[in-house]
Design a protein around this ligand. Structure first.
Ligand code: IVH
Length: 709
C-alpha cells in the first residue's frame, strides 16, 4: 500500500536532511528502497501532476545518492530502479506508440569539476580519437517530443513517455506552427526520419495567457462561478497544453518547438543512415534550412572543456534575455560517429551532459512563523517573509514543513532567508544568508500547544510532525469542512475554501450537517452574493445528496483512505453504517488495503460520533447506499488483462471498462500475475516481455471481443 502523500513528502525531506548518512550493509537496502520510492513519487508529481515538490538540485542529490549506493552495492541494481530507466510520463488519455530508438534523459552537471569528469570519460571511451569537439547549446525547458516524417510528411508525434513508448499526440503537434507538416527530406535521400525536440511556450505568450485568464476570472467571479488558476510557469503550461484532448484548444496556446536531435534516419531501402550529416552541428543547420527551429544561431563548438564551462556561465548570466525559459546548457560530442562509439546507458547517452543553471533565487527577511493545523491535526510551520518577486510571482508565505527542517537549517526570526521555487513552482527556503546576521535574530520556538484549541501537541513515534489530537479542534474542523465540499470529495460547486471560512466566521455553518441547513437569507446579506450565485449554491448542495457513496467516504476524511480505496469500499456493504460490524481482518482482506489502512477504517467505524454523523447525513437525504456494480457477464471472472499497442476497435478506457463489466481485472504491468495481454498494432516492449512469460496468453483485440461475446 502506498503511503499517503503527506507521509511521502515528509520522508523525502528527511532523506534530504540525512543525505550524508553513512551507508553500510545493514541499511543499504532500506535506504535504496526509500530513495527509489522517493524518486518515483517526485517523477510522478513533476511529469504527471505538474506539481513538483523539491528543487531540481534536491532531486539530483537524491538521484546521486541512489547511484552511489548502487555503485557500492551492485546487487541492489534492478531494472526497475530510477537509475536504469527514464521517468515515465505516459497518460491514459492517448494511444501509446513505440519510438524508433529509445528517447533518453540527460545526466546533469553543476560545475567545472563535473564537466572535467565527463570530459575524462569521453576521452577514455575514445582512446584513438584524433580530436574531440563539443557542441554546446541551450537546454530548453519545456516538454520533449518525437516527430516521425515518412515520405516528406509528418506522420506521427509522441511524448517521451517511458523512453520506449510515448503518448501519440500527432493531432496536437500539427497545431504547432514551428512544426512543419511537409518537409523535403527526400532531397537528401531520406525516406523516414525521427526527430527529437522540445515543445516550449514563449514567456511573452505565458504572460498573455495569464492576462486573458485574469479577465475571464473577473466575469466568472461576477457569476459566482469558480475562478481558473493562473498558469504557474512556461514549462508546466507547455507540457499540459501538449496533452490537451482537444487539438483546437492546443492551437490557442500558441506553442513553439525547437528540434535538438536526430533520432534515426532510413533511406528508401530501409537502411539505417542516421549519421548522414556527420556532425550534430550540420544536422541542426540542415533542419533549420528545412524549416524547423533549432539552436543553430545560439550554439558554439569547443575542444577544450574549460572553454565549455566559460560559455555555459556566459549563457547563465544572460538567460533572462532569451525569449524562452532555459534551465541549462547541453554539451554533446559533435561527431556522430564518435557519439555512436561512446554509446549510452538505459538512462542517458554517454556522449552528452547537461550543465544545469543555478535555480533562480530571491532573498528576503523572515518576519514571523505561523502554525497551521491541518485536517488530521498535523501542525505545519509557515514562514511569513517580506514579499519578494521570484520568476514573475510574488512570494510572501512559505512552508517550513516541520520542526526538524527549521533546526537543521538553523532558521531564525529576522534572518535573511534564501528562496527558490521547487520545480519552478512551490516556494522553498534553501537556507539562510548567515553573513547578514546582526543581533536581531530570535530562535524559533515550536509551540507545545495547538494554536487553535490549545490542546497539548504530540509527536507520534516514527513521525516528524507534531499533532493536535483533539477531534473537536476548530482548526481541524475548518480544514475538514473544506475537504468535505472539495472537488475530489462531495464536489459542492461554489463552496470553496474562502466561502467555508467566511460562513464559519459568520456562523452560517458550524459543521458538516449544517451545510445542509444553510439559512440562505443570511447568505444573501453577505457581500457579493446575488440571486444567481445563491441559486447555484443551493442547487449544488442539493445535488450532492445524490452523490455516489465513494464521494461521502472520501469526504469523511478517514486517515489513509484516498479515492481508489473509497471507490472500492463503496461496493462492499449495502449501507455505509454496516462497516461497524467489520473486524480489522475483514478490512485487511480487501484488495489494496494494508494493515495501517485497515486499522484506520476499523477505528473510524467503531467511533460512535462517526456513526451518528453518518446516520444524521442519511436522515437529511444523503446517499449512504452501496454502489452496485452491474456486470454484463462473469465471463472474465478471475482473469487479468493488459492492453498494449494501438487499439482500433475500442479506446483504452473502453477496453478497461469492458474487462471490469465482465468480472475481470485490469493490471498495469507485465508480470506472472497477468493472464492475457491484448496486443494491438505496433505493440512494443510489453509484448516482448510478455512473450518471455509462458503463462501469459497474447491475444488480439478480436480474440478479446470473442471472449465476452
Ligand atoms: S539532447 C538523448 N538537447 O532535456 C537525450 N535535450 O533533461 C538527448 N532538452 O529529455 C537530449 N534541450 O527533452 C537535448 N538542447 C537539448 C535539449 C534537451 C532540452 C531536454 C530533453 C531531455 C531533457 C533531459
Amino acid at each position: 500500500m502506498q503511503n499517503s502523500e503527506q507521509e511521502q513528502i515528509q520522508q523525502i525531506h528527511s532523506l534530504l536532511q540525512n543525505i550524508n548518512q553513512t551507508i553500510n550493509e545493514s541499511n543499504s537496502q532500506i535506504v535504496h528502497q526509500q530513495l527509489s520510492n522517493a524518486i518515483q513519487f517526485l517523477d510522478q508529481k513533476y511529469y504527471v501532476d505538474a506539481a513538483p515538490i523539491v528543487t531540481d538540485y534536491q532531486y539530483d542529490l537524491l538521484f546521486k545518492q541512489l547511484k552511489q549506493i548502487e555503485a557500492q552495492f551492485p546487487n541492489l541494481v534492478h531494472s526497475n530502479s530510477p537509475t536504469q530507466k527514464v521517468a515515465n510520463d505516459i497518460s491514459s488519455t492517448f494511444q501509446t506508440v513505440q519510438h524508433l530508438v529509445p528517447m533518453l534523459s540527460l545526466e546533469n552537471s553543476y560545475n567545472l569539476e563535473d564537466l572535467m569528469e565527463f570530459d575524462r570519460r569521453v576521452h577514455d571511451a575514445l582512446p584513438n580519437a584524433f580530436a574531440i569537439d563539443y557542441i554546446v547549446e541551450p537546454k530548453f525547458d519545456g516538454s520533449s517530443i518525437a516527430l516521425v516524417y515518412e515520405n516528406d510528411q509528418l506522420v506521427r508525434a509522441a511524448t517521451r513517455g517511458n523512453g520506449t513508448e510515448g503518448d501519440d499526440i500527432t493531432e496536437n503537434a500539427k497545431t504547432i506552427k514551428s512544426i512543419p507538416k511537409q518537409v523535403k527530406f527526400s532531397q537528401y535521400g531520406i525516406t523516414k526520419i525521427e526527430l527529437r525536440g522540445e515543445v516550449l511556450l514563449e514567456l511573452k505568450t505565458l504572460e498573455k495567457l495569464n492576462q486573458e485568464r485574469t479577465l475571464l476570472n473577473e466575469s466568472l467571479r461576477e457569476q459566482g462561478k469558480k475562478e481558473l488558476e493562473l498558469y504557474k510557469n512556461a514549462r508546466n503550461t507547455a507540457a499540459g497544453s501538449l496533452r490537451l484532448k482537444n487539438p483546437q484548444e492546443v492551437a490557442e496556446r500558441n506553442l513553439d518547438a525547437f528540434m535538438y536531435q536526430i533520432g534515426k534516419i532510413e533511406n528508401q531501402q530501409g537502411e539505417d543512415i542516421t549519421q548522414l550529416f556527420k556532425t550534430h552541428e550540420k544536422s541542426l543547420a540542415t533542419l533549420q534550412e528545412l524549416g524547423f527551429k533549432t539552436a543553430t544561431n545560439h550554439l558554439k563548438v569547443f575542444s577544450n572543456i574549460q572553454a565549455v564551462e566559460t560559455f555555459c556561465k556566459e549563457w547563465e548570466a544572460k538567460r533572462d534575455s532569451f525569449p524562452f525559459d532555459i534551465d541549462g546548457m547541453v554539451i554533446k560530442v559533435n561527431d556522430l560517429q564518435q557519439q555512436h562509439l561512446i554509446g549510452r546507458t538505459s538512462h542517458h547517452p554517454k556522449w552528452a551532459i547537461a550543465f544545469k543553471f543555478k535555480a533562480k533565487q530571491a532573498i528576503s527577511k523572515l518576519l514571523k512563523v505561523d502554525y497551521q493545523v491541518g485536517r488530521t491535526g498535523a501542525v505545519t510551520p509557515v514562514a511569513k517573509i517580506n514579499p519578494v518577486q521570484l520568476m514573475g510571482v510574488e512570494i510572501s508565505s512559505i512552508s517550513l514543513h516541520n520542526e526538524e527542517f527549521i533546526s537543521s537549517k538553523d532558521i531564525q526570526l529576522n534572518d535573511m532567508v534564501i528562496v527558490e521555487r521547487a520545480g519552478d513552482v512551490i516556494p522553498y527556503i534553501v537556507g539562510v544568508d548567515y553573513s547578514q546576521r546582526n543581533n536581531t535574530q530570535i530562535p524559533i520556538v515550536f509551540p507545545t500547544h495547538c494554536p487553535s484549541c490549545n490542546d497539548i501537541l504530540i509527536k507520534p513515534i516514527e513521525e516528524s510532525v507534531w499533532r493536535c489530537q483533539n477531534v473537536a479542534c476548530p482548526a481541524q474542523q475548518e480544514e475538514h469542512l473544506i475537504h468535505f465540499v472539495s472537488k475530489g470529495a462531495m464536489n459542492i460547486d461554489g463552496m470553496g475554501e474562502e466561502i467555508i471560512r467566511k460562513f464559519l466566521q459568520e456562523n452560517i455553518i458550524t459543521d458538516i450537517i449544517s451545510i445542509y441547513n444553510i439559512d440562505f437569507n443570511k447568505v444573501a446579506l453577505l457581500d457579493g452574493w446575488k440571486e444567481k450565485s445563491l441559486n447555484n449554491l443551493q442547487q449544488s448542495i442539493e445535488q450532492s445528496k445524490q452523490n455516489e457513496l465513494w464521494r461521502l467516504i472520501v469526504g469523511l476524511g478517514i486517515r489513509h483512505v484516498g479515492t481508489a480505496t473509497a471507490k472500492m469500499l463503496a461496493t462492499q456493504v449495502e449501507s455505509l453504517t454496516l462497516f461497524k460490524n467489520w473486524t480489522i481482518e475483514q478490512f485487511t482482506e480487501l484488495q489494496d488495503v494494508g494493515p495501517k489502512v485497515a486499522e484506520g477504517l476499523h477505528a473510524f467505524f467503531q467511533d460512535e460520533h462517526n456513526l451518528n454523523l453518518i446516520l444524521k447525513l442519511k436522515d437529511i437525504g444523503i446517499n449512504i447506499n452501496k454502489t452496485e456494480i452491474i456486470l454484463d457477464s462473469n465471463k472474465l471472472n478471475g482473469k487479468s488483462f493488459l492492453f498494449t499497442g494501438s487499439l482500433s476497435q475500442f479506446s483504452r478506457d473502453e477496453a478497461k471498462n469492458l474487462v471490469e463489466q465482465n468480472g475481470g481485472k485490469n493490471i498495469s504491468a507485465v508480470s506472472s500475475k497477468l493472464d492475457y495481454l491484448v496486443a494491438g498494432e505496433k505493440a512494443g516492449s510489453k509484448l516482448k516481455k510478455a512473450e518471455k512469460i509462458a503463462t501469459i496468453k497474447v491475444i488480439t483485440e478480436q480474440d478479446f471481443l470473442d471472449m465476452i461475446k
